[in-house]
Design a protein around this ligand. Structure first.
Ligand code: HPA
Length: 236
């Protein structure tokens, strides 16, 4: 047990797939894993461990935002000896260069967040993916023919804001899309010397206000889930 995860030691795999939403974790466990067992449900943040093609994988939620993923990823890395976390999330595109359903493999996360500096004295507003799982995802995407785009993204602490313009940090680093967690995940992995990647499916196009409907989400996320699972296997 850790402060926020009730799984016993040994009940979490070396590699964890981490969506934001606990119900998405449940959906992945029930539809993609074999013999999935619910190992933690503290605060409704579900963690399941099962096997995929014979290897043990855990899928569990991060919740929303840097504070939340900061807690869960830290406890996974430090209390459960997790080596690799692959965040699988959705993002809003800042321009019409991206389309709904596009899959992004995040090279760097830019952020105004104070998480990295305050938690670990890691300076700067840009953090890279950590370890070699990003490269494994790229190689896997080629092998299984899942088209992905390598890009920088903006990790924002804010979903609703007054000013509709793209925030300065996102423009500075040419960020094509916005989400709310990758920067804190990368900060924890950097501090702890662990592997971390973020794969995102474009769920909305901010300038045109197009979005993937709730019904479309399940099927829309399937290629990203398969890519994350296949890459996870290679990391084991
Ligand atoms: N903003 C922040 N996070 C998001 C968005 C967004 O527009 N879409 C999906 N995740």
């Amino acid at each position: 047990m850790s402060v926020h995860i009730s799984a016993k030691k040994g009940e979490i795999a070396k590699v964890v797939l981490q969506p934001g939403d606990p119900l998405r974790a449940q959906y992945i466990a029930e539809n993609f894993l074999e013999n999935a067992k619910l190992v933690s449900k503290t605060r409704g943040i579900f963690y399941y461990t099962g096997t995929y093609k014979g290897k043990e994988i855990t899928v569990g939620a991060s919740g929303m935002g840097c504070p939340s993923i900061g807690i869960y990823s830290y406890e996974l890395y430090t209390e459960y000896k997790v080596e690799t976390i692959i965040r699988i999330g959705t993002c809003g595109a800042y321009s019409t260069d991206l389309q709904l359903f596009d899959i992004l493999n995040v090279e760097n996360a830019a952020s105004e967040s104070t998480y990295a500096i305050n938690a670990w004295e890691i300076e700067g507003d840009l953090l890279s993916h950590q370890g070699n799982i990003f490269e494994t995802i790229n190689a896997t995407a080629n092998e299984i023919n899942v088209k992905t785009k390598i890009t920088n993204i903006h990790t924002s602490d804010i979903f609703y804001r007054k000013n509709p313009n793209v925030p300065a940090v996102a423009t500075k680093y040419n960020c094509s899309a916005v989400e709310m967690e990758a920067f804190a995940l990368f900060a924890n992995a950097k501090h702890l010397g662990k592997n971390a990647a973020t794969i995102l499916t474009v769920s909305d196009i901010i300038p045109t206000q197009e979005f993937i409907s709730a019904d479309e989400r399940e099927t829309a996320l399937k290629p990203m889930i398969e890519l994350a699972l296949e890459a996870a296997l290679k990391s084991l």
